[in-house]
Design a protein around this ligand. Sequence first.
Ligand code: ATP
Ligand code: FE
Length: 335
Amino acid sequence: IYILGIESSCDDTSAALLCNDKILSNVVADQKIHAEYGGVVPELASRAHQQNIVPVVHQALEQANISKDQLSAIAFTRGPGLMGSLLVGTSFAKSLAYGLDIPLIDVNHMQAHILAHFINEDSHEKPSFPFLAMTISGGHTQIVRVNNYFEMEVLGETIDDAVGEAYDKSGKVLGLGYPAGPEIDRRAQLGNPKAYKFTKPKVDGLNFSFSGLKTGILYFVQRETKTNPDFVNENLNDICASIQYTIIGILMDKLKSAVKQTGIKHIAIGGGVSANSGIRKALKDAERKHGWTTYIPKFEYTTDNAAMIAIVGYLKYLNEDFSDFDVMATARLKI
Ligand code: ATP
Ligand code: FE
């Protein structure tokens, strides 16, 4: 079975080819244009998708050495995401599936961040059910109980900003480029995590909140630069390490509560922030300390990619769970 996956929910145009559950190609065109605006500009994102989609799909087919008429089905991201961006991938996927007269499969982007763990890789063990998934990305922060491929229950989520946003907005305060997550992570590894203390939010149950932290960091920087205008430059690594320490603490506290509440000790992470070195290390420590089994995705399946869309397409294909051609892109699609 050959599945072509198409992802266009935010600012990455991606296409991937799967042979059963193995990746043959996974092409990602990211959009540099947003960096100068300090965030994704939806209108520009849709235009760039429109420009990129055919070359990206073409390249994915070529790298996989597969021709269009060998395809079994087309899987695409239906949502959640930016409407204009989703429309490009959705319309393209429909046209191609219609033209080739093969099934169309719609995919939930947040389920895909989780099910990326079922891509067949020699170096990666697939999680066993049930497990807890923590999806930490640019738009979401969720703890999900995964009973089966398509039986998922959100146990907790952010009530305001996503954790990726907390990274990116803190980075903006510190004068770092967009997205700031990777740069904060890099500097955090060179600094002292206990140099500065930021307050953790108090949120009930398994929900998260990150908007207070962002404000806390802003006030902290304003206060310190009053007495020393060079404060940020002189202490950037320590500030980044302290921010990262606080964020990882928030995530791990909630994960521990989720384990306690459900009794499930199998933990998988997914989404852009799962590339973070701090969360990866914290999970490895928890394996030793609390007897958890943790699943950490390969780096290329953390931020947005079409391989994760294609694997969901494959799993749905096996169930013959196909979409009608009047399926619509849905910006606020729920798990
Ligand atoms: P969603 O999946 O919720 O729709 P998205 O697709 O925009 O959101 P992803 O591409 O999954 O988000 O993740 C992007 C986010 O991951 C950005 O906020 C970025 O700063 C963050 N990120 C990437 N690498 C790291 C890292 N090493 N440390 C921390 N954050 C990171
Ligand atoms: Fe994403």
